[in-house]
Design a protein around this ligand. Structure first.
Ligand SMILES: C[C@@H](N)C(=O)N[C@H](C)C(=O)O
Ligand SMILES: [Zn+2]
Length: 260
């Protein structure tokens, strides 16, 4: 009972909040990242970010399933999963997802991802996909955004989507992932997950390849991942080699609710 009343309040607040922002879309697919920086942002302080009882990390999996999301390994059991936000090995230095072990996505997105995985395995039988993040509740997005408030908005949106607009992760339509071998060991991409340095930017890869800061192998590894993901319909974020969107934000908004 309490579960739904608290969530409902949260969703209502979200509606008011969203109504204050621009109505135009700010797709985060390749070459479309900058408009987000021009939006006004209302920042919720960390003190205001009281996590409702129903969103305690231990029950996160149950809650995510209740939104009708699909666990990707139910579609394809050969994915490897290392949920970085379910550990302290992340840029927040805090375990946000508790004991969550599964990656949840919209059903259509999970199916797209398993197609990408099939393409990869067809061309590179010794490689697999290792998933770092799927759906991300909005309160987590807000926490990430607030934590980086010393970074100007125009720079911050290159790394964390503005929660006032919603990340595609909040719609369960984005995935963070890398390639790994058949034992689950990640391949070298020349920059780690959630590395904010420019060397992580797909849009600057050819420059870093030329300068030698990215090796041919690191560059190739990124290309292999991108080829499979694109073939399945995903688009790459220009500032994060690991982040892929299944659709733009307008389409996601028309089809799905944000996970609060
Ligand atoms: C925080 C990082 N893993 C990420 O997913 N960033 C994109 C831009 C997002 O927040 O949507
Ligand atoms: Zn991401």
């Amino acid at each position: 009972m309490t579960i739904f009343s608290k969530d409902t309040i949260f969703v209502l607040l979200l509606g008011v909040f969203a109504g204050c922002t621009s109505s135009s879309d700010d797709p985060v697919t390749t070459k479309e990242v900058s408009p987000e920086s021009e939006r006004k942002t209302e920042v919720i302080t960390l003190e205001e970010l009281e996590v409702p009882e129903s969103i305690q990390p231990d029950t996160l999996g149950i809650r995510l399933r209740s939104f009708g999301l699909t666990s990707v390994t139910e579609i394809d059991s050969t994915f490897f999963i290392d949920l970085k936000y379910a550990s302290t090995d992340n840029f927040l230095g805090e375990n946000i997802y508790g004991n969550l072990k599964e990656v949840f996505l919209q059903d259509t997105v999970a199916k797209m991802l398993s197609k990408a995985h099939a393409f990869l395995k067809e061309e590179h039988p010794d490689l697999r996909m290792l998933i770092y993040d799927g759906v991300r509740p909005l309160w987590v997005q807000q926490k990430m955004w607030n934590l980086l408030d010393s970074i100007p908005v125009s720079e911050r949106v290159k790394f964390v989507s503005n929660p006032a607009n919603g990340s595609l992760h909040n719609f369960a339509c984005a995935v963070d992932l890398t390639l790994c071998d058949k034992q689950g060991n990640p391949l070298d991409m020349g920059a780690g997950y959630d590395d904010m340095r420019k060397i992580a930017y797909p849009e600057l890869e050819s420059h870093f390849l030329e300068s030698g800061e990215l090796s041919k192998e690191q560059y190739q590894n990124r290309m292999i991942l991108r080829k499979s993901m694109r073939k399945a319909g995903f688009s790459q974020l220009p500032t994060e080699w690991w982040h892929y969107n299944a659709m733009n934000r307008n389409t996601a908004r028309g089809k799905f609710e944000i996970v609060p």
